[in-house]
Design a protein around this ligand. Sequence first.
Ligand SMILES: *Cc1c(COP(=O)(O)O)cnc(C)c1O
Length: 428
Amino acid sequence: MNYFSLHHKSPKTSFKNAVVNGIAPDKGLYFPETITPLSKDFIENIDTFSNKEIAFEVIKQFVGNEIPEKKLKEIITETISFDFPVVPITNNIGVLELFHGPTMAFKDVGAKFMANCLAYFNENNEEEITVLVATSGDTGGAVANGFLGAKGVNVVILYPSGKVSDIQEKQLTTLGQNITAFEVNGTFDDCQEMVKTAFLDTTIPKKLTSANSINVARWLPQMFYFFFAYKQLHKKQKELIFSVPSGNFGNICAGMLAQKLGLPIKHFIAATNVNDTIPNFMLNGIYTPKQSIATISNAMDVGNPSNFIRILELFNNNFDALKNIFSSFSFTDDVTKIQMKKINVNFDYIAEPHGAIGFAGLMKYKLKDNEYGVFLETAHPVKFKDVVEKTLNVKVEIPTQIKKVINKEKVATKITTYQDLKEFLIQN
Ligand SMILES: *Cc1c(COP(=O)(O)O)cnc(C)c1O
């Protein structure tokens, strides 16, 4: 399968190169050259396939012959080694729980798939690859865990000292093996700046790559769970509406690609916090990026969502066609808390802020009688324990996955300047 750059100024490239390099030389995002719908037969008989078989059908055209079938199936098995249940909330709303993976965040799926693809492509390469990541908290854990033990790949994670939660910090700093954590005396922006500087620094004798959500190997496997949800819901014989809490718009864009492959989804709602660049765009078709604003759903504090350009490409930049199947609504922290309470009191379910924004999206859309709404819960409430406990006046139990990490010892090197990072990259 070939991929082209959405800036159209770089040559087409293979899946392998798109994964290894992340972004095209012209800084455009990669996009698959062809998208072939799956057979109607497959979709109609989805019940008869296991999740692994479904995932293989969904991804195979995007990988082509660049990973042998047997290997790709192994990668899939590792990627989706946990449940993706749709839990009923009301008689016409369900929540697709994406937090049953190792770090209890939906990013576990994309991170694991990407790590395994990268390890495969680098298998016979003498030179190791170093993945550099700056994290404000939630992403880092999923990436670190996904890449743990990946052969020929080293991971260096930078996080701002004192600005991530205790659980998040433990998830980043207790893994060991090929994962190195740097605790940066500064902000998330400082971490990101160091990573950017390293990528441009030609004096570092290492192959550096990033693991952010624009990588096709993180984006594409996110289609899997839209199919898994359909498998659980199609017997209801209702039209499906998905509400996706969105920040960089990678997750929802994967859902929309699934629809393009023939998955019967009627409408998508991109629910955001007050970072409302896309809700504004949907009002008038004018894209105005903004500085990001801090909210309680901080994994979605994005003022210039990188994946939205892929959504436009899926619709050939036809605004009216997009509007027919896509809406986007923005919600304040106050509304987020009100919805968290409502879900808890009325439906006896604990949603963390991101999931609650997804629910708010369904409320605003107003489901019709023949429709069934699904909102995505992108993280376990324990990942946002403080705000959940304060808002709902409940105690969030710590699941075993997290307990295991909490008791381990933190290992992180404190750094202050780019020079500290550079010395490490040169010496190790
Ligand atoms: C990353 C993240 C999101 C946003 O996903 P995008 O693909 O960037 O839109 C939502 N919720 C949580 C918990 C996240 O970590």
